[in-house]
Design a protein around this ligand. Structure first.
Ligand code: GTP
Ligand code: MG
Length: 440
């Protein structure tokens, strides 16, 4: 395997050597234990779990896989944050609970256009649930059972009048991708709220394959981020929660999304619990794999809200995350400025850009103008030359703080190296045995 010059081949080899020899040591311990104690199911379970741990870590290093996951209170903007990292509006977002199934995003060097990949098992399951939902529109209490959520109620009525959406194993067009993901997430959400059984397997989660965004470069290998629903989402079944937790346990880095104004204290407590679960599972590397993203800073009013320093210090303390790992961002500023800039660039290639053309041909125009220029954006078009808009987009991008976040948190090469250095420096068998003893 040829490695990118940025990841040291020496470190790569040492990491694999450490993992493989730790795995061998573990096998040695197993052999030494007499068969009587091995039969004790507790030890047997733990040993199987440790073997899986080594298999998983070895495979990840071999593939040079860097796997991150985003967690955070419901509506903190997790999906929007990831859309802004991808530079595409693909993950559905709205101001009421949206993400129900974790979604895997794979950044790939050889992909030109985003693609949604769905397992046929998931499609079959969604179709089975959809057929049952078609019969539900006449049920009493439907509104109450769907907690008066307009989107969901509308969807059930639509489904009873129309054929279910046709899902395909691969989808390429952005608007179809977001439509399919919204449909799948809502079908699962409604099925849980109406007690319709779903037996979704953890390996069926939707997968998005996207090109590398912005000015990213990654060494040879795979870079994956998992979007998740909020831990305070009361409409998740325990089965789905388990799928989310197992996705979090597989991740080497966790992004914790928060709103800068904070959330309900019960919701924050649930998030802290999830973070503790991840910490316990991965207590080989302390807090260094956690990063906090304090989102929606475009809504901060000076004098009314906490300052940047106060906010960061409070978050670092509450979630036990190093202060240097706390970043303030505005995902909204980032996605709108980025997508507007891209759309403007495309138009510029073929014609002289005017306000009319922008209004007619771009998707991001209105929201971008509102976000950048505020409530009076329509009047602003009278005194701002259209050619100046790309500069305004650049300024909005700067205000998103995404540059420093992308460099510091997603500095992919250095993160891959950090993960490997950690694996090399630690006596993994010892740590696993210690964990085992502390559990007894
Ligand atoms: N003003 C502002 N709004 C934002 C920002 N990021 C997200 N939002 C809005 O916040 C709401 C929730 O965003 P989502 O991305 O759906 O949040 P989420 O955390 O993925 O939500 P769930 O999947 O339901 O847990 C949406 O209405 C977004 O438009 C931001 O940076 N600024
Ligand atoms: Mg979401």
């Amino acid at each position: 395997m040829t490695l990118s010059p940025s990841v040291s081949e020496n470190l790569y080899n040492r990491t694999l050597y450490t993992l493989r020899s730790s795995e061998n040591k573990l096998c040695g311990i197993c052999k030494q234990l007499n068969s009587e104690s091995l039969r004790s199911s507790l030890i047997q379970d733990d040993l199987t779990q440790y073997h899986n741990f080594f298999r998983y870590e070895i495979e990840s290093v071999e593939k040079l896989e860097l796997r991150m996951a985003i967690v955070g209170t419901m509506k903190a903007g997790k999906s929007t944050i990831l859309n802004a990292i991808m530079g595409y509006d693909l993950l559905p977002s709205r101001n009421t609970a949206m993400t129900t199934l974790p979604t895997e995003i794979l950044f790939s060097q050889d992909t030109q256009q985003p693609q949604l990949i769905l397992k046929s098992e998931l499609i079959n399951m969604i179709n089975i649930i959809a057929r049952q939902l078609q019969l539900k529109s006449n049920e009493s209490n439907l509104q109450i059972r769907l907690r008066n959520e307009e989107d969901l109620i509308k969807m059930v009525y639509n489904m009873s009048a129309n054929e279910p959406m046709t899902l395909t194993t691969t989808t390429n067009e952005s608007s179809k991708i977001v439509g399919s993901l919204k449909y799948i997430n809502d079908v699962v959400r409604i099925s849980i709220m109406l007690n319709i059984e779903n037996s979704i397997d953890s390996t069926w989660i939707p997968r998005l394959k996207v090109p590398l965004p912005h000015s990213f470069s990654i060494p040879q290998g795979e870079f994956i981020i998992i979007d998740t629903p909020g831990p305070n989402d009361n409409n998740l079944s325990s089965h789905l929660r388990q799928i989310v937790i197992s996705e979090l346990q597989k991740a080497t880095l966790i992004l914790v999304a928060l709103e800068f104004i904070g959330s309900d204290s019960n919701d924050e407590a649930k998030l802290q619990e999830d973070i503790e679960t991840i910490r316990e599972y991965r207590n080989t590397d302390g807090p260094s794999h956690l990063y906090a993203l304090v989102n929606k800073i475009d809504q901060r009013i000076e004098g009314k809200h906490n300052s940047v320093e106060q906010t960061k210090a409070a978050v670092a303390m509450k979630y036990k995350i190093p202060l240097t790992h706390v970043h303030e961002i505005s995902a909204m500023n980032a996605i709108l400025s980025y997508t507007f800039r891209q759309e403007y660039k495309e138009l510029e290639k073929n014609s002289h850009v005017t306000y009319e053309i922008l209004m007619r041909e771009t998707k991001s125009y209105k929201m971008f103008m509102q976000q950048a220029l505020g409530q009076t954006w329509e009047q602003a078009t009278e005194y701002i030359d259209v050619n100046f808009l790309p500069n305004i987009a650049d300024k909005l991008w700067k205000k998103s703080n995404y540059d420093s976040f992308l460099q510091n948190t997603l500095g992919i090469v250095s993160q891959q190296e950090n993960v490997m250095k950690r694996l090399v420096s630690e006596n993994l068998v010892w740590i696993l045995v210690k964990n085992h003893c502390s559990k007894q």
